[in-house]
Design a protein around this ligand. Structure first.
Ligand code: G3P
Ligand code: CA
Length: 238
C-alpha cells in the first residue's frame, strides 16, 4: 500500500508549503498530495482553502490577489514562529522541487466552490513543462473539472474524489472517465468500495492518521492512503 504525504508532511510543517514538501521529498514514500487555486493574475498556487485566512497572516480570497500580493503574506507562523517566512508556493515551484525524485504528485483541483475558468489547462501546461505527465495524478471533488482534464489530456491519470458512498463506483468513474477513486476514510470499508476494488478499480483513501486504520486498509487491499504524518504510518506498516 502506497503512502502519500497529505498537503506535504502537514502534521509537522505548515500545510502546502515548501517546508512541508521538502520534508516529504526526504521520505521513502510514493508521493505527495497538494491543492491548487488560481490567483487574480492566473497563477496556479498551492493552498487548500479558497481564502488565505486560516493559513496565513492575511485575509481574503486567493482569487482576489495577484501572486505578487500573495507573496507578502506569511504562511508559516500560524503553525509555529519557527516557520515564519514561509510563502505561498506556485505549482511550478513544487513540481520543480520533485524534479530529481521519483515521487508521484497528486494535484487536487479545488474547483468545487469556485470554478476558476481555465485552471485545468493551466495545470496541465505546468505539468507538461516539467515533463511530469507520467508521475501526476489529477483529482477533484468537481467531476466536471475531471471531464475537462480528460478532454485536454486523456492520457493523464485522473481520480474522482468522493466524500460519500456511491452505489456503483465503477460505472460512474468510467463515465467521466477517471482511472481511480479517492474516498474518505469513513466510506472506505463500505460494500460498494470493496466491490469497486474487486472489479479492479484503483482506490486511495484520505485522510488516515492513525495506525489502526492504516493496518485495516492494508488488509482490505487499498492501493494507497493519504496521511498528514507519513513517518508514523511508515513505521506502523514496516
Ligand atoms: O485528496 C484527498 C483530500 O485531500 C481531500 O480532502 O479537504 O483534505 O482537500 P481535503
Ligand atoms: Ca486535498
Amino acid at each position: 500500500m502506497d503512502i502519500f504525504a497529505h498537503r506535504g508532511v502537514s502534521a509537522h510543517y505548515p500545510e502546502n508549503t515548501i517546508a512541508a514538501f521538502q520534508a516529504a521529498a526526504r521520505l521513502p514514500i510514493a508521493g505527495i498530495e497538494l491543492d491548487v487555486h488560481l490567483t487574480a493574475d492566473k497563477e496556479v498556487v498551492v493552498i487548500h482553502d479558497e481564502t488565505i485566512d486560516r493559513t496565513s497572516n492575511g485575509s481574503g480570497y486567493v482569487k482576489d490577489f495577484t501572486l505578487q500580493q500573495l507573496r507578502t503574506f506569511d504562511f508559516g507562523s500560524w503553525m509555529s514562529p519557527k516557520f515564519s517566512g514561509e510563502t505561498i508556493p506556485t505549482l511550478g515551484e513544487v513540481l520543480e522541487l520533485f524534479a530529481g525524485t521519483n515521487h508521484r504528485i497528486n494535484i487536487e483541483l479545488k474547483t468545487d466552490i469556485i470554478s476558476y475558468e481555465g485552471i485545468e489547462a493551466l495545470v496541465l501546461k505546468e505539468v507538461a513543462a516539467q515533463q511530469m505527465t507520467e508521475r501526476v495524478i489529477i483529482s477533484s471533488f468537481n467531476h466536471e473539472s475531471l471531464q475537462t482534464v480528460s478532454q485536454i489530456a486523456p492520457y493523464i491519470e485522473s481520480a474522482a474524489l468522493f466524500a460519500e458512498v456511491l452505489v456503483d463506483f465503477t460505472t460512474y468513474i468510467a463515465l467521466i472517465p477517471a482511472k481511480a477513486l479517492h474516498v474518505s476514510l469513513p466510506t472506505a470499508f463500505r460494500k460498494s468500495v470493496k466491490l469497486a476494488l474487486a472489479e479492479g478499480a484503483i482506490v486511495r483513501v484520505y485522510t488516515v492518521n492513525d495506525e489502526r486504520h492504516a493496518r485495516s486498509l492494508q488488509q482490505l487491499g487499498i492501493h494507497a492512503l493519504f496521511t498528514d504524518d507519513p513517518e508514523k504510518i511508515l513505521l506502523t506498516l514496516s
